[in-house]
Design a protein around this ligand. Structure first.
Ligand code: MRU
Length: 345
């Protein structure tokens, strides 16, 4: 498997593959301050729930580095402000809030140490988050591969690969595992309007790996599903409620309705860091709305008339009754979701 270093921290600089530029050019975006990190997450230089979480953790490292010379009180006050900014950079992916909370708790537990000792602990924690995410992905991939037949046609949405995580991927990680374990698979990748994460990023990863695949316009999925051409649908998640309701890229809900109608297994692949144990249902999930230019423009070229209003939610919520199972690093969770999700805590 080709190694894709989505996120790399070296000598006080965070290096991110600039996902706004792929696949036409491969560029690295450098973050030298936590404000750069805030920009990178907001503008989607980096995206995908687990990747956002790990990036935000390094944002906290960069903030701590910047405030290293301050006295303790000022250091703690500045850190609080920096973490609040990072926490707001994107609202739906709970991995972001999870990573920031981990850092907040760590700082609180160690607030009596000298500032440079706190910095060291923050850096170690960010390294652990990054490393553990890759390990978690690989565990999920092994569990997920159990439900992939020897010959299978898989439909996926958005990008859930190495680019969306610290490496390897969630739903696309299962695809990788199935492919490398010798299964005869074919992947249909939705292009995923408006940001085209499927057309740009998933397609790029699939081509890099040589995994048999076809890119489709989103509206093709219904015909493929009705015609019995899809054996399995695998998607990622940005936030999962206790009852299993799942927020993921806009268009996921539509696929789940089709899957239910035509009885195609529909699985979410996500680490337990994507579960929000504080919310009961998907109704409590904030859905990010993004700028109208994502819909009216492609590559800075206007494709819709001036003056048109746009509605651009970045995510939707798939109700738990449309979900066959949730593949996590701790195993595959089946209904009743609430009872079984609570066992993962
Ligand atoms: O807006 P994005 O590109 O950050 O949305 C990404 C998704 O919806 C992914 O499916 C999700 O984050 C899971 S990625 C492993």
């Amino acid at each position: 498997m080709k190694e894709i270093k989505t996120i790399e921290f070296k000598e006080d600089i965070l290096y991110l593959i600039d996902q706004r530029k792929l696949p036409l050019s491969y560029e690295i975006f450098e973050c030298r301050t936590y404000r750069d990190v805030d920009f990178a997450i907001t503008d989607m230089v980096v995206r995908g729930a687990p990747a956002i979480g790990a990036t935000a953790a390094y944002g906290v490292v960069l903030a701590a580095r910047e405030f290293l010379k301050e006295d303790k009180e000022k250091f703690l006050a500045n850190m609080k402000e920096a973490m609040e900014l990072l926490n707001r950079s994107r609202p739906t992916a709970v991995n972001l809030m999870w990573a920031i909370k981990k850092m907040k708790d760590l700082i609180e537990e160690n607030k009596d140490l000298p500032v440079n000792e706190i910095y060291k602990k923050i850096k170690e924690e960010a390294d652990t988050i990054l490393k553990e995410d890759i390990e978690t992905n690989k565990k999920m991939a092994k569990y997920g591969n159990q439900i992939v037949g020897k010959k299978a046609t898989i439909l996926t949405h958005c990008n859930t690969g190495a680019l969306a995580t610290a490496g390897f991927g969630t739903a696309l990680g299962v695809v990788r595992e199935a492919f490398y374990s010798g299964k005869d698979i074919l992947v249909y990748a939705d292009e995923t309007r408006p940001r085209l994460q499927g057309g740009r990023l998933t397609a790029w990863e699939l081509v890099q790996e040589g995994i048999p695949s076809k890119l489709i316009a989103d509206s093709v999925a219904a015909t493929l599903i009705r015609d019995g051409k899809i054996d399995l649908i695998l998607v990622g998640a940005d936030r999962i409620a206790l009852n299993g309701d799942t927020a993921n890229k806009i268009g996921t809900f539509m696929l789940s309705v089709l899957a239910k109608e035509y009885i195609v297994p529909f699985y979410i692949v996500a680490p337990t860091t994507t579960i929000d144990f504080d919310i009961e249902t998907g109704k409590e999930i904030e859905i990010e709305e993004r700028g109208s230019e994502e819909v009216t423009h492609i590559e800075n070229i206007r494709i819709a008339p001036e003056g048109i209003d746009v509605y651009n939610p970045a995510f939707d919520v798939t109700p738990n009754e449309n979900i066959t199972g949730i593949i996590t690093e701790k195993g595959i969770v089946k209904p009743p979701f609430k009872e079984n999700i609570l066992k993962l805590k």
